[in-house]
Design a protein around this ligand. Structure first.
Ligand code: C5P
Length: 256
């Protein structure tokens, strides 16, 4: 670990980037079964794909996996079984009731010397390394918060949520589609900025679904870099079919 005691913002102190992977969700929308991060994709748990996707970047020196609270030992065993590149260390910590609490547990586990952090959903197992590298480069270039994002295919409507299930919902507004982006992970942060966001932005209800949103609430500028269609989130059963197709295409391409 580097000694940051003499560092100034302009110093050439080494950058050390860790990736926190919240993987403690149950994945209810995917249907019954194991916690989402432990469901298999091409025979490997989704989480292993996600960890490898982070470790594939030479910029990532540590991966912190936030496991389901009762599954930390199982997850640690899985990671031990599926070797990572020698340059990447990993630790496993138990998660919390909300994604925000799980990310906080991951941040609490970071050792001294880390300067930037990526937060990456285990549910986005197929993000390409170029996207990871682009986020790291933007943060190291001085942006305190960076999110990969894509333009939307669908038009989005804001509605007044129905009080009875199945009742038609009145449309309140139609935001201009060209100004909207669907954000993905890994989201990258100057570590001190993200820690400040977790300390100062209140937890309420489900908590934040997006770390960059918490940083926005601090009044800090968040910027977007191009995302990738393969960084989609595996949420519903059809996403598993798509993920298997992406992996099959990669295997076929590797064969040539
Ligand atoms: O539920 P959602 O798809 O938004 O979850 C995004 C990511 O946050 C997933 O990788 C999930 O495992 C993680 N999560 C968590 N702890 C929770 C809830 C979600 O680590 N309590």
């Amino acid at each position: 670990m580097s000694d940051e005691s003499h560092a100034s913002p302009q110093s050439t102190a080494p950058h050390l980037t860790a990736a926190v992977i919240p993987a403690a969700g149950r994945g209810v929308r995917l249907g019954p079964g194991a916690p989402k991060a432990l469901r298999a994709l091409s025979g490997l748990p989704m989480l292993i794909h996600a960890v490898r996707a982070m470790a594939a970047s030479r910029g990532v020196s540590l991966v912190v996996v936030v496991a389901p609270p009762d599954g930390a030992v199982e997850v640690k065993n899985l990671l031990d079984e599926h070797a990572l590149p020698e340059t990447t260390d990993y630790v496993v910590v138990p998660g919390g009731d909300t994604r925000q609490e799980s990310v906080r547990a991951g941040l609490d586990a970071l050792p001294p010397g880390i300067t930037e952090v990526l937060v990456h959903d285990a549910a986005r197992p197929l993000v390409p390394v170029d996207t990871v590298d682009a986020v790291i480069e933007a943060v190291r270039g001085g942006a305190p918060a960076v999110v990969p994002a894509l333009p939307l295919a669908d038009t989005v409507k804001q509605v007044e949520p129905a009080t009875e299930s199945g009742a038609p919902e009145p449309v309140v507004a139609t935001p201009e589609r060209a100004l909207l982006r669907a954000v993905q992970t890994p989201q990258g942060f100057d570590l001190a900025t993200l820690i400040r966001a977790h300390e100062q932005v209140a937890l309420n209800g489900e908590g934040a679904t997006d770390d960059a949103g918490m940083v926005e609430q601090l009044g800090v500028q968040v910027v977007v870099v191009p995302g990738h269609e393969e960084a989609f989130k595996v949420t519903r059963p059809l996403d598993l079919v798509l993920a298997e197709a992406v992996l099959a295409r990669r295997r076929a391409n590797d064969g040539f």
